[in-house]
Design a protein around this ligand. Structure first.
Ligand code: C2E
Ligand code: MG
Ligand code: MG
Ligand code: MG
Length: 283
């Protein structure tokens, strides 16, 4: 709220607002440098099927800054979005995903795994997006079906026709789309049949209280039913306990992601541990 000062000038921001604007500006500068200097890291969190076997994982960005410490994606992704830095950053994530998938393709223990990455609205709206993904897949000779792009419902509502066109082009290449945080956005269900969507990711807010809040249980059951009717895979995210997993299973869920199965870990580290665990179960 604008405040009249004694001098007759108007102060537009209160100190807290000024502080948060300053932090944002500083974060943007630091993020720009971190991207240039390749200081961000990709962590991988596994996804498992109903038998508990790992089917793949999701790549999640991590940023440890000298000045700001560990900055969570919930803080730096919006900065990257509003500053446009999401384009070089997002392109780097796409390329790194393809690098990983290329390594996996040459390994019999890893070649069946899926890899999911998150795509921001501004990134998706770039004219060159489809070509960039296609050229990365080609450069690293990655089977497109191994790559999953996680988008959110809200991305579908603006410029529907363009979104459909882009998703269809990538879909024809074999790329899979997953609707992240499903149930929290505003997209109409009618889009689900017009778009080449492969998977619905039940938002963790419905998973958290699935045992105690009957509304959440009903929402989960409804999403699972929707997935079944439309032939879409459904995965629950944010699964932390065995009892949540049991409840989700009873509601028909067959794919899971969450701390119960593994926290996000540096991708290369995760791969080594995963292969070790397979070697142990071989003998
Ligand atoms: P998301 O895509 O929905 O990712 C799931 C988030 O839930 C991740 O948070 C993950 O660490 C966290 N999580 C996983 N299992 C559990 C669990 O059992 N319990 C709880 N409480 N949390 C769990 P994270 O890594 O902090 O990422 C937050 C969001 O930032 C992501 O949400 C995604 O929207 C965005 N993000 C992360 N990496 C990228 C990226 O490379 N590009 C873009 N555009 N966005 C990203
Ligand atoms: Mg995600
Ligand atoms: Mg999510
Ligand atoms: Mg999200």
């Amino acid at each position: 709220e604008a405040k009249r000062l004694g001098t007759g000038s108007i102060r537009l921001f209160n100190p807290e607002m000024q502080q948060s604007i300053n932090r944002r500006l500083h974060l943007e500068t630091a993020l720009r440098r971190a991207i240039d200097e390749r200081q961000l890291e990709l962590y991988l969190q596994p996804q498992v099927n109903n038998e508990g076997s790992v089917t793949g994982g999701e790549l999640l960005l991590r940023w440890q800054d000298e000045e700001f410490g560990q900055v969570p994606p919930s803080e730096f992704i919006p900065v990257a979005e509003s500053s446009g830095l999401i384009v070089p950053l997002g392109n780097w994530v796409i390329e790194q995903a393809c690098v990983l998938l290329q390594q996996w393709a040459n390994d019999t223990k890893l070649c069946d795994l899926q890899l999911a990455i998150n795509i921001s609205p501004k990134q998706f709206r770039q004219a060159a997006f489809v070509d960039y993904v296609a050229s990365c897949l080609q450069r690293y000779q990655v089977p497109a079906g191994r790559l999953e792009l996680e988008i959110t419902e809200n991305m579908l509502i603006d410029n529907v026709e363009l979104t459909i066109e882009r998703m269809s082009k990538l879909g024809r290449l074999g790329v899979r789309f997953s609707l992240d945080d499903f149930g929290t956005g505003y997209a109409s269900l009618a889009y689900l049949k017009r778009l080449p969507i492969y998977q619905l990711k039940i938002d963790q807010s419905f998973v958290r209280d699935v045992l105690t809040d009957v509304n959440d249980a009903v929402i989960v059951e409804t999403i699972v039913g929707l997935g079944e009717s439309l032939g879409l895979e459904v995965v629950a995210e944010g699964v932390e306990t065995d009892s949540q997993a049991d409840a989700l299973r009873q509601l028909g869920c067959r794919k899971f992601q969450g701390f119960l199965y593994g926290r996000p870990q540096p991708a290369t580290h995760w791969v080594e541990r995963f292969k070790q665990s397979l070697a142990i179960s071989d003998v």
